[in-house]
Design a protein around this ligand. Structure first.
Ligand SMILES: Nc1ncnc2c1ncn2[C@@H]1O[C@H](COP(=O)(O)OP(=O)(O)OP(=O)(O)O)[C@@H](O)[C@H]1O
Length: 579
């Protein structure tokens, strides 16, 4: 029995003289045009791509793919199971195809665009015979002011169809809508959930407000409570008094996802790998206490960014953040640099004297980078300052109080430096109120997400994707220069790519010469075996466990791959352990 929406859609197809037994219109638009479409749909892309990236690993080996189309039915992004993606390509269910009803007859994307509501089109409900092996579930995405922006679709073989796919499509569409609202409104409040039966869904009714508390956006749940006509009106004070919660308030620089206060998000310091998140959580906790912080990690791992996060998300955020690289200042200048000097204190000194970095930081934060490279004499002077909380500028006999918080960082192993007599133990314990170990990139499991984040930043939000081969190439490198090196490689890649895709050839790794430059004596270079194992695991991961595809990605024969899998005891392609 066909639903009314499907019946109406079939009627439209017949009236447009589409022939169900013929081939549907199969034009694929050029990559240049896709790039333009992506640019035209910038907010939609910006808010939906991160959700697709999160969804992608869950779809591998499930025979499902997720697709994003714009409001004209053009498919602009897809993630999911590569094996099913191949089958879907036979009917052009892929990037660049147009799935409006005019082209593809009754189908979830095109019909959801016309009906402007979520819909699942199962096997035989498709108008064209060639599409009847599919079941597709689509949910439209609306802007915070109610315009149709596009569609989220989840497709699979009809044998695997399940109503759950439609729920997931609706949840993703709603998450995109909420993200759009949070990105655009000055203030977002959550209304209390209505108590009526059937309202116990996951979503909160969200209302976006401008500076003057005028309603500028409503999510689906809020529309049900306030109706779309509320747009442009001023929020009634009694609405807030009914128990509405601030979700975001840019005016007060607060951001909370519930009534209880949570760590402030700091998306600039990107990453999702558990050891990295543990360090980030510690940093976010440290932001709210005034202990000194000591950051330890290899060069380029993000220690300075950690220090900025601690400063910016803590109560000192309105005050200065002053970074000092202790290794780049000569030994006889470090005291005047840190503590300041009186006019004419030494040859070449400024006549009026100068305040030191400690004083310049006022009630903010002073970040002492490469603290492990400070001379013993400078260490003694710094220790005195930290103990007495005063500085005495060079050439002066008057001490002045200091108020700045101290965050120090080093790539050196300070306990080893203490043993070798190069670092003072008493200074070490003074600096190490909270100690945070920032992991090197080769120990992180989120290389690709981090790369995608950096690409978005480099490309200024212009969408650019990594091809599977490019991902594999990134993952087979050992990254001795850590995030800084990754950033450099991606900058080059973004520059070289002329379409919306970064291919393997755009990833230019300089191999051993560069590795040697970055390599510190104490760093560990992964062995050839480790690198090979890593590459094999990644290829299997990317191919969703398909050995033939993985072998293709690795550019080796299938039997060679089987032999190597046996050698490394990779028994099940699905069991990739610590990928
Ligand atoms: N998790 C991250 N997310 C986004 N960007 C990052 C991240 N970590 C590092 N970066 C970027 O990588 C570069 C190097 O980071 P940073 O200068 O903070 O490293 P560092 O450990 O202080 O290096 P060094 O010890 O050499 O001073 C910076 O451009 C920084 O913005």
């Amino acid at each position: 029995m066909l639903s009314t929406i499907v019946q109406q859609s079939w009627k439209r197809c017949q009236e447009s003289s589409l022939k169900a037994t013929e081939k549907a219109n199969d034009q694929i638009i050029s990559s240049r045009r896709i790039k333009e479409i992506i640019q035209e749909n910038h907010p939609l892309i910006r808010e939906s791509f991160p959700l697709f990236t999160k969804l992608a690993p869950f779809l591998l080996s499930t025979e499902h793919i997720a697709l994003l189309s714009d409001q004209d039915g053009n498919i602009i992004h897809t993630v999911g199971d590569p094996v099913f993606a191949n089958q879907a390509q036979k009917v052009q269910l892929q990037i660049g195809a147009n799935w409006t009803e005019n082209n593809k007859g009754t189908n979830a994307i095109g019909t959801a665009l016309i009906a402007q509501q979520p819909i699942q089109i199962q096997g035989e409900q498709h108008y064209f015979l060639e599409n009847r092996f599919l079941t597709c579930s689509a949910a439209p995405i609306f802007s915070p002011t109610g315009e149709l922006l596009g569609v989220i679709d989840i497709s699979t073989r009809k044998e695997y169809s399940h109503p759950f796919a439609l729920t997931i499509a609706c949840m993703i569409a709603e998450a995109v809508q909420n993200r759009l609202m949070l990105a655009e409104a000055e203030r977002v409040i959550a209304l209390p959930r209505p108590l009526s039966p059937g309202s116990a869904g996951l979503s909160l009714p969200l209302v976006g407000l401008d500076r003057d508390d005028r309603i500028v956006s409503l999510n689906e749940m809020a529309k049900k409570q306030l109706v779309m006509g509320a747009l442009g009106t001023t929020l009634q004070p009694e609405v807030e008094r009914t128990g509405a919660n601030n979700i975001q308030d840019r005016r007060k620089r607060v951001w909370s996802m519930s009534a209880s206060s949570q760590a402030m998000p700091y998306p600039r310091l990107a990453g999702s790998c558990p050891i990295f998140l543990q360090a980030k959580k510690l940093g976010q906790k440290a932001a709210h206490v005034d202990f000194p912080v000591l950051l330890n990690g290899e060069s380029g791992t993000g220690k300075e960014l950690f220090a900025q996060m601690i400063h910016e998300t803590g109560p000192r955020s309105g005050e200065p953040f002053i970074a000092v690289n202790c290794s780049s200042i000569s030994e006889n200048l470090i005291e005047s640099e840190l503590f300041g000097y009186e006019g004419g204190a030494f040859t070449g000194a400024n006549r009026e004297g100068r305040v030191g970095k400690f004083e310049a930081a006022k009630h903010g934060t002073i970040f002492l980078d490469e603290i492990g490279d400070m001379s013993l004499r400078a260490q003694a002077a710094l220790l005195r300052v930290l103990q007495e909380k005063v500085v005495t500028p060079v050439g002066s006999n008057q001490s002045r109080p200091i108020h700045a918080r101290v965050i120090a960082a080093t790539h050196r192993n300070l306990p080893e430096e203490i043993k070798a007599g190069r670092f003072r133990a008493d200074l070490y314990y003074r600096l190490k109120g909270v100690s945070i170990q920032v992991p090197p990139l080769h120990k992180r499991t989120d290389l690709i997400q981090l790369a995608e984040h950096l690409i978005q930043k480099i490309a200024g939000g212009e969408p650019l994707f990594l091809s599977n081969e490019a991902k594999l190439k990134l993952q087979s490198h050992s990254w001795p220069g850590n995030v800084r090196e990754l950033q450099g490689v991606l900058m080059q890649a973004c520059f070289l790519s002329e379409t919306y895709e970064i291919a393997a050839e755009h990833i230019q790794l300089e191999g051993l010469v560069e590795a040697a430059l970055y390599q510190e004596a104490e760093q560990v270079v992964p062995s050839l075996r480790e690198t090979e194992l890593h590459a094999i695991k990644n290829a299997l991961y990317m191919s969703g466990g398909n050995v033939s595809q993985a072998a293709k990605l690795l550019q080796i024969g299938r039997n060679t791959l089987y032999r190597k899998m046996a050698e490394y005891h990779i028994t099940s392609p699905m069991n990739q352990g610590d990928l």
